[in-house]
Design a protein around this ligand. Structure first.
Ligand SMILES: [Zn+2]
Length: 372
């Protein structure tokens, strides 16, 4: 066992429950084109956000007032940001008040300062949402472009850095090569992401009852839990700018459906017979034990946008667990499945960083369940 995972479970349990526990930053835009053998329709219209090429899939989120849903959608597309993030920012700036003025001179629903408005307002009226929200889209697109080189292919990190640039200025982000170490900026990024996810994401509900996935289960003892997915990130230590130190230890593997962006991805299926033992709603995790005769491995399947299971359900290999998504307490992540595998002697309900994690990759490979 390596240095990061030798601690016993008791003192870390509270920590794991208090802090956002996953830090999955998969590489987006993975070149591979996998055939998505998705059989079930996505169980819910769970449109959370859109990044880049998935922007066309966006529908208005329900909580945008004043009939401004189309304006917000269009600005999100211009900016290349999730609709939920745009909505959370506008709410934060002015509480959706078109006529808002701050003592410092900020104007309108977006709270543009006159100098910024002169650059992005295109001669319009900062107190008109019809003018200001599109200008906001142009402004955010410009900020995003400036921090893009720091984010590489990581769509989630790009959203965070763009928000940091909005709060602290793009120069500060470039100087820090990540989110600057300003408490206000760090809090701003977290606040916008959590508000976006909590208030401006469409409700995600899954149909009741067990759904069998009718794709090919393969020849192995187990099946790949994300049949259309590719491998994007491995177990172990990594260096992701903007993530706190504790989050640099990745205690699972990431798989993602190519092109899923930040919306719903493919079905997550039981890799082997499972008993569902718990949930971690904040991170969209379904926690399970292998339902066999031997000492059985434990699992967590995380960032799901919707679940198809309940505690106590017994699933057969291939039954649908839920929908690949981007739900995460740490904020928006790009859509992917984070899988953890726990030692057979682990308790029924296990959280990460408690010392039970195993590297899933060699186990999934040995069971014939690795990505094809
Ligand atoms: Zn992960």
């Amino acid at each position: 066992m390596d240095e990061q995972h030798k601690s016993g479970p008791a003192p870390l349990l509270a920590l794991a429950l208090l802090v956002p526990i996953f830090a999955c930053m998969p590489l987006m835009g993975v070149g591979a084109v996998a055939v998505l053998t998705q059989i079930e329709e996505n169980p819910a219209a769970c449109v959370v956000s859109a990044v880049g090429e998935t922007a066309g899939d966006v529908t208005s989120t329900p909580a945008i007032p004043n009939g401004w849903g189309d304006l917000v959608d269009a600005a999100a597309k211009t900016a290349g940001l999730p609709v939920s993030v745009v909505a959370a920012q506008l709410k934060q700036e002015s509480g959706w008040n078109e006529g808002a003025r701050s003592p410092a001179g900020a104007q309108g629903v977006v709270q543009f300062m006159p100098g910024t408005w002169a650059l992005y307002g295109e001669g319009g009226d900062p107190f008109s949402a019809e003018d200001a929200i599109p200008a906001y889209g142009r402004y955010m697109a410009a900020l995003k472009e400036q921090v893009q080189p720091l984010a590489g292919d990581d769509a989630d990190l790009l959203v965070r850095l763009t928000l940091a640039a909005y709060n602290a200025g793009p120069g500060a982000v470039q100087a820090a090569k990540g989110i600057p170490a300003f408490t206000e900026t760090q809090q701003y990024v977290e606040k916008i992401l959590s508000s976006g996810q909590g208030e401006f994401s469409a409700d995600c509900t899954a149909p009741a009852g067990t759904i069998a996935w009718d794709g090919d289960l393969g020849d192995g003892e187990w099946t790949n839990p994300l049949p259309g997915g590719v491998f994007t990130s491995g177990y172990g230590h990594r260096n992701v700018p903007g993530l706190p130190a504790w989050a640099q230890d990745h205690v699972g593997v990431d798989l993602s459906t190519p092109g899923a962006g930040s919306g719903n991805g493919g079905p997550i299926i039981a890799p082997t017979d499972l008993r569902i033992t718990g949930f971690n709603d904040k991170d969209g995790c379904v926690i399970a034990k292998e339902d066999g005769d031997d000492p059985d491995f434990g699992f967590a399947f995380c960032h799901l946008n919707a679940y198809s299971v309940a505690v106590g359900d017994r699933l057969k290999r291939g039954d649908v667990v839920g929908t690949e998504g981007n739900k995460a307490g740490l904020g928006l992540v790009a859509t992917h499945l984070h899988v953890e595998v726990y030692k057979p002697e682990a308790p029924e309900v296990v959280y990460p960083y408690q010392g039970w994690n195993l590297d899933p990759e060699p186990i999934l490979k040995e069971k014939g369940a690795w990505v094809r």
